[in-house]
Design a protein around this ligand. Sequence first.
Ligand SMILES: *[C@@H]1O[C@H](CO)[C@@H](O)[C@H](O)[C@H]1NC(C)=O
Ligand SMILES: *[C@@H]1O[C@H](CO)[C@@H](O)[C@H](O)[C@H]1NC(C)=O
Ligand SMILES: *[C@@H]1O[C@H](CO)[C@@H](O)[C@H](O)[C@H]1NC(C)=O
Ligand SMILES: *[C@@H]1O[C@H](CO)[C@@H](O)[C@H](O)[C@H]1NC(C)=O
Length: 703
Amino acid sequence: IRRGYNCEDHFYEYDTIRHSWEVLAVLLKSSICEDILIDVGMPVMHKNVTYNCRVAFLNRRILLIRPKMQMCDNSIYREGRWFSPWRKIRTVEDYFLPRQIAQITGQTVVPIGDAVIATRDTCIGFEICEELWHPDSNHIPASLDGVEIISNASGSMFEIRKAYEVVDLVKTASAKAGGCYMYSDFFGCDGGRMFFMGFSSITVNGAMLARAKQFSLREVEVTTATFDLEVIRSYRNGIRSRTHSSASSPAYPRVKIDFALTSDGEICDLMSSRIDTSHVTDEYSLTTSPEILYFRPEEEISMAPACWLWDYLRRSCQGGFFLPLSGGVDSSSVACIVYSMCRMIVEEVKTGDPQVLADVRKIVGDCDYVPTDPKQLCNTLLVTCYMGTENSSAQTKARASQLASQIGSYHLSIVIDTAITAVLGIFQQVAKMTPKFRVHGGSPRENLALQNVQARMRMVVAYLFAQLMLWVRGRPGGLLVLGSSNVDEALRGYFTKYDCSSADINPIGGISKEDLKRFLVWFGERHGLSAIKQILEATPTAELEPLKGGQLVQADEVDMGMTYKELAVYGRLRKLECSGPFSMFCQLVPRWSHCSPQEVADKVKHFWRCYAINRHKMTILTPACHLETYSPDDNRADHRQFLYNHTWKWQFDAIDEQVKKINEDDRGRGKREGPKIPTKPQSSYGAVSTPLKTNKLPRLDCD
Ligand SMILES: *[C@@H]1O[C@H](CO)[C@@H](O)[C@H](O)[C@H]1NC(C)=O
Ligand SMILES: *[C@@H]1O[C@H](CO)[C@@H](O)[C@H](O)[C@H]1NC(C)=O
Ligand SMILES: *[C@@H]1O[C@H](CO)[C@@H](O)[C@H](O)[C@H]1NC(C)=O
Ligand SMILES: *[C@@H]1O[C@H](CO)[C@@H](O)[C@H](O)[C@H]1NC(C)=O
């Protein structure tokens, strides 16, 4: 189901615990829950310690409170901040129920701890989220002790290219130990940057029987499978070494209940080995294995941030989105993701989901509205705006309006020169000086200031239009402003602080430039958007400097002094492999064999210098859907200081020392004589940028 997991620091409030019991009381009393063994997640305080728990109940009686035993504090999870792990292995204690619950269940104490539930016909155990990833997984000893069904409730967030990990884990877990693995995950946006995977599945003896639709706009997805318990028993009995270890395996405390999951008489209802693919109705699915449908990264990008945007839109009670559309790869990707969202809504309404229809009606303010055409819906929900100056090229403007017309967005093309002139006028009046662009002989400082004022003016204009465009169009409410800088630009600090990268939310702030390009290629072909071809062919540029003889003087990769491919490499090394400047250099010398050690050193230093100078910008990144492992988002993903001495003297000296050593060694062995001429890149680590001028000032806000 959507929502519920991300209470975060609200878990400190006793209110959250109290209200959780109140909700449980409603569930206990509900007639829908009759004769179903139910397992729900909630925080439970026991002896004044808060645990993250599963609560199992059946017919108005609580059977077991099972606290989680491994906390997840990796990446953007902070579970240990709110909960303590249950440390008492195979031990239960008495839990004294709150009075309002005791009145319903007629119990005063229930077991809390590391136990399993024995029914008349089988045994059910629990594994909670991180416990699955942990090397010392709980399902192994539990299965050895005869637990046949494991219920794993997870709050696993989505990252691009991660789906196979979960499938592998679940399949391996149930193949090795035999048994049924019921894995449930949240899906959608839960009010923060995370997007939950929604990869719920039911797997028996290593074969996946059923799987939830991964990207869905619905509130609830139900996954069911029917199988024969005998299949588990013969499977296990066939693995002789397993049965021998099992015979000596320590026992779990068992909560015994007089209840059966199977009905009498159905002796030989053989496991249906058929895969339930009835959920695979959408056009995106692509088969790569006979039973599991994985999406390619470009498909994931078309859906995950789209679902996240939808959740955000309907819960924020706004009337749609406003997007500054420059006709470049980034903002075009955002436009396509919104369009993709519209396609998903139309699709979901067609299949008859009442909640999606009710939500979209509320958003557009028309209680009879039925979306049938994605382009028409996109026109209703998305306002795109090309914000040009007299110096913008005609091509970018044309590209923006062409894409807008192909996806159907409500498009505006405006010129903001008068505002820029007015602001500069205020400065000139006081300072009695006029800053000039580089091409007109201005200093780097002047050049930068002139670009930044343009860039920031776009943000002011964007918010003005976002607030008033629905007024203009005769509808209530306002629009959410969408940002569109990618994860690489954030890492490099290649954006102006508080320009139109500052927005309400950013669907692509967690996606790399390379992935965005792949996505656009695929999306354009898939939906026949011919405008995308030209967008991809154009040189990426911020277009903040004047044209010279009608030509661009500015190209992003030259400006940055590094390529997007290189940036993705730096990003992964810094974040995933925890490399500082020196280890990054050491890792890259062998990987980038197309560069001399000195060139690698220059590149690495240039990256760290830019990073240090620009780190402060990462504190104000627009909240983005977390999708890439190396996000530098200071607020959640990456806790580091933001004031550095950018000379990195100690670290860079160590690099220089190492370069000297490598060169001496190589000369000794007669290799790499003299200055090496860089050849074209061969390795997958990508293109070499133009040679660096190491004294070059990074553009935009950087000094
Ligand atoms: C907190 O600790 C006190 C004293 O041991 C105990 O009476 C009380 O029930 C505890 N409350 C909770 C919610 O754990
Ligand atoms: C339960 O799910 C989590 C993923 O959220 C996984 O790490 C853990 O290993 C799972 N347990 C088993 C037994 O697969
Ligand atoms: C546009 O270019 C012209 C001519 O190069 C220059 O004089 C002017 O300052 C530029 N205007 C803006 C707003 O960048
Ligand atoms: C930065 O480090 C260099 C080298 O250690 C040092 O000379 C310089 O004073 C430092 N700068 C600041 C502002 O601390």
